[in-house]
Design a protein. Sequence first.
Length: 217
Amino acid sequence: MSNDTVKIPQATAKRLPLYYRFLKNLHSSGKQRVSSAELSEAVKVDSATIRRDFSYFGALGKKGYGYNVNYLLTFFRKTLDQDELTKVALIGVGNLGTALLHYNFLKNNNTKIAVGFDVEEAKIGTSIGDVPIHHMDELEKIITEMGITVAILTVPAPFAQTITDRLVAANVKGILNFTPARLTVPATTRVHHIDLAVELQSLVYFLKHYGVDEEEE
Ligand code: ATP
């Protein structure tokens, strides 16, 4: 994010990609204006929250008129740094890693997995999609050369911390951790943890105990 961007609350920042994706769809369908009620219905965030979120960016909407889609889109693109492609490294080209490589995020925004790493000889030197897979021995050299500061971890949990230490030492600032391991990093590095098994279990638990009506929050 650029330095002149207003500092927005983290909860708001997390919703930005959601708004952005919906606005992009609206834009491509030729719609020029959107009300907070319409946005609310589409992204499943209540309209008061949407209005509060948008208020952090200045008075972008007018009552009874809605928000200008083009303006919002330009604003979000800038705020989310969508004009600039962010290259990401993926460590661990197993089942999940391979799925992420095929998916490769380009439909939603401007981040792209640009390189993969593994230790299994059969995978080294191959490409998945257009992403080359290199040996872990080359990790530091390649990510430094490519200027990569974001990594996705899809290795077996016991290796996660050692690899994280190497990534941190090689100037990686953001790690999306798909392993169940809880990672220790310095304050200058940010880890987002996605434990699919836990998410699935908690969904089943919530369905069983709360049904579908009550919100989790
Ligand atoms: P697969 O069936 O391809 O093994 P998987 O997702 O079930 O997939 P895992 O054991 O979870 O396999 O390992 C994920 C990937 O991480 C594998 O491709 C494996 O070779 C790789 N891997 C294992 N140890 C390391 C390591 N130390 N550094 C990098 N990659 C590793």
